[in-house]
Design a protein around this ligand. Structure first.
Ligand code: HEM
Ligand code: HEM
Length: 178
């Protein structure tokens, strides 16, 4: 299998980025919603540290993915250029935007809270914003709203992929698989 995309197919690089990040991001959404809704005690505070470290691990893959996306050919949607194809393309753009906004807003908000961060105890994560309650509140709000929006767009995206695979059977899911 080729590493690069062609104008009709995805190469190994895009496929690996897609599926590794799909797993990580779906996990991070579920993890984040759990943190926001569960009663987290002092004993479970380490879970925040795991979410932050996993979020930054995702970010370290999202940056090269975005660069790759803009430097490679991207196959056009299969089938006619109708409203569904247009919606899918817009959804991909929104997903890329939210993939950058989520880790960045989480990192800025967490930096502004003043709590020290580390990457699974291996090395410290630098703060990228000054300690400030105003910045913390603003960026956690952005993280929360963008997170909910991301969850909705991901569900729409998965629904579209399944509809094309099970009903239309047009090979869209197969060309993203290995
Ligand atoms: C792709 C990466 C990420 C995704 C998809 C993600 C997703 C989420 C979601 C969905 C929530 C729940 C938000 C809410 O309902 O208010 C959340 C909460 C949170 N996230 Fe992230 N996150 C990511 C990266 C990060 C990063 C890099 C950090 C910090 C360095 C971070 C720090 C936090 C914290 C501290 C919370 C809890 C906030 C609260 O309890 O209100 N996240 N995340
Ligand atoms: C079970 C979950 C998922 C399935 C079944 C799935 C399926 C697919 C399929 C079939 C394509 C190819 C579309 C085409 O050829 O026109 C695709 C592309 C894409 N998917 Fe997913 N996806 C999933 C999860 C995710 C998640 C969680 C994200 C990001 C938050 C994501 C972001 C993207 C993006 C940005 C593209 C455009 C291709 C690219 O430039 O990388 N997907 N997905």
């Amino acid at each position: 299998m080729k590493w690069r995309n062609t104008d009709v197919s995805y190469g190994l690089t895009s496929k690996l980025f897609h599926w590794v990040l799909a797993l990580l991001i779906i996990g991070l959404i579920a993890f984040g919603l759990y943190l926001d809704n569960a009663k987290i005690g002092i004993a479970e505070l380490y879970l925040y540290g795991w979410h932050k470290a996993l979020g930054l691990l995702a970010f370290s893959l999202i940056i090269p993915r975005v660069i790759w996306h803009f430097r490679t050919i991207n196959p056009a949607p299969l089938g006619p250029d109708n409203w569904q194809a247009k919606l899918a393309t817009q959804a991909h753009r929104i997903l890329y935007f939210l993939m950058v906004l989520m880790p960045l807003s989480g990192w800025i908000a967490s930096s502004a809270s003043g709590f020290p961060m580390d990457f699974f105890g291996l090395f410290p994560i630098p703060a990228i914003a000054p300690v400030s309650e105003r910045i913390e509140d603003l960026f956690f709000s952005i993280h929360g709203i963008a997170g909910t929006f991301l969850a909705v767009v991901v569900l729409l995206h998965i629904g579209g992929a399944l509809q094309r695979h099970l009903i239309k059977r047009d090979g869209t899911l197969r060309r993203m698989w290995f």
